[in-house]
Ligand binder design. Sequence first.
Ligand code: CDP
Length: 796
Amino acid sequence: MSQAVDEIKIGGVGASRKRVEDNRFIRGKGNYTDDIVLPGMLHMEILRSPLAHARIKSIDTSRAWDIPGVHLVLTGEMMATRNLAWMPTLSYDTQAVLATDKVRFQGQEVACVIADDPYIAKDACEAIVVDYEPLPVIVNPMQAVAEDAPVIRDDKENQPDNVIYNWEVGDRDGTDRAFASADLVSKLELHYPRSHPSPIECCGSIADFNRATSKLTVYMTTQAPHIIRAAVAMVAELPEHMIRIVSPDIGGGFGNKVPVYPGYVCSILASILLERPVKWIEDKSGNLISTGFARDIYLKGEMALRKDGKILAVRMHADADHGAFFSDAQPSKFKIGLLHSTFAAYDVPVAHLTARGTYSNKAPGGVAYRCSFRVTEAMFFQERMVQEAASDLGMDQAQFRAMNFVRDDQFPHRTPFGFLTDSGQYGKCLDVALKAIDYDNFRQEQAEARKRGRLLGLGISTMTEPLGAGNSREYDILGIKMFDSADLKVHMTGKAILRTGAKTQGQGHETTWAQIVAHELGIPAEDVVVEEGDTDTAPFGMGTYASRSTPVAGAAVAMVSRKIRAKARKLAAHLLEVSEEDIEWELGRFYVRSAPDRGVTIQECAIAAYSNMPDGMEPGLENTAYYDPPNLTWPFAVYIVTVEVDPQTGVWDVLKMVAVDDCGVRINPMIVEGQIMGGLTEAYAMSNMQFITFDAEGNCVGANYMDYLLPTAWETPGYELHSEVVTPCPHHPIGAKGIGECAAVGGPAAFVNAVMDALSGTGVRNVDMPLLPDRVWEALTYHRDVSGAPPVRSDD
Ligand code: CDP
């Protein structure tokens, strides 16, 4: 009889193990960057530009220097003497650290003060006098490409206009031919508005340069510590082995904490100059106005359709507003990394996409907020187009999707833009969701409600997301190939420490990585401590964003555990005095094939690794794995929501929402559900209430939490989650696919489609997000589309 340990009891894969990190979080014992206090530490504050576009005529810092307690005032001019006024961005652009010639967006960093405390530093910032000469302002791509548009990036050679890139992908001629043969062409235009990840904790850093050891330690809020170490080595020209980046607990990242921000660079330079630790903690409005915006893309699409409902081709154009600096982090091969992830789940024979990126006088944008390569915009547009196409055809929207899905027997499947998807059960997920929402009954109820003047709507959204960058053949950041790592040290007593190149920001890696070790080795998860985020101890990795951790670092955890198991097998053979070939493995134990009762546990092997190794064997039970995935993982989901819209006010309420997510094998079902609920809540917020925009002068409107609303438990709807569809990833060692972002990616279209469905029959084709009551009311009352694009002139 098997003597294997019970995987669920030891907290292995499939166990809804409670999150170990919550022990400290719910006791208020988390250790965030702002909790760190170092001896002799000074504080830095940033002076930001009030104007969106202006020439700097002069900066007078004399009054700031005179304030007692001020140690240093940094300006762009001073940074320039050290070649640090500008820094390279992750997209091969340059970004001003502190402005020298011009300010290019409201909130841009102009000067920094380092003082004994943050209040003195803030007062001293206010004592700095900057003489600005205002310049014309650009707040959208249409203005950016106008003939008389001022050139925002006149600092760059070979930049005669505001266009960053023109890019195309797909088969232009084939798409044209398919459109020529179509029975019907369905068109849609919309704007996916700017949004902000707004993590509870803002960005910040504490730089600590020690002249005696020449070592620079930076505690900071980064999702990618090793990438930051490389960037600091390049920008500050410090030797990489003398830089230690520590990312302690992070209060939410969502992509906001991937880029390099000027505050990091200034605190590092200040610490080097002053030889004292310098802390910079961004305030809430600084975070909302200047860091890590996402989206802001104008989309035009056309779908060529046969009258029986078959999609023949898709043609799309995107105008992406990147703000003043093209600074977002993304693999270099994907300039926009945007709509070419569309239609992966649909069997679309041919497609063509053009994309243009432009500068504007807005804070740098384009951060992939809880999404992989901007797949959020892609899936939103795809599912909005699909709904409009179904209604143009007069077809049921569920049936239209089902007939165009890639079938289970079509994998591996090449998408129209060249990705290779490998697994999924799209039709089954849709069936489960339709049953859960009681689709047919709802349609009847909706029709009857209509007769009584009540507006009910149902929105379907599906999503498939390319998760797990990379494979190193296709993905890199600044030339560094994308892979990830895990380092496992099993101690003599069978307890272990695991370190990875990922960096958790609340996703629960400390819990789930230990579960993978338990699954592979039979060591109870509670005996494995997980550490991430310290470049002096963690193996080199690319960090956590784009839901890449499970597909890549999680796979590395499985692979390093297998390396440990391979060595433990040799130790077991030695202990059992048989040859390795005679040994079998069951969870937690090796035994002799011909005598199953004769066995040794993994813990006994661990003791032997330090006390009773065979002759010639290297002592210890430790190893490192670097994992380069063969492909991305492709989770799939269907979200369906029903709503009621009040025709008098435009207010809409969610009646029911169901989510069917297939992320392959679930390591920790409870954590997966938490990820889905969080994503759906962000999707609800984006579609319903989060409003941040810019007026014609480039003033950021809505950069406060009275306007940019974070949903509380009060307004957040309930969700019904379904986990019955599981399609393991064929190339991931434990069959897992990423999940962290799926619901935030696929959710918004479900809400918007539901409201648009309630508005059906009015002739309204689109209302841009957020679907605020006044927009919905305007659409209902005047039977017209409502655009959310920022105004072009000040009197608009
Ligand atoms: O990269 P990030 O951690 O943001 O995203 P992820 O890899 O999708 O993982 C989010 C959380 O869900 C982690 O704690 C994962 O280990 C967990 N997860 C899981 O339990 N099962 C899956 N199939 C995928 C993720």
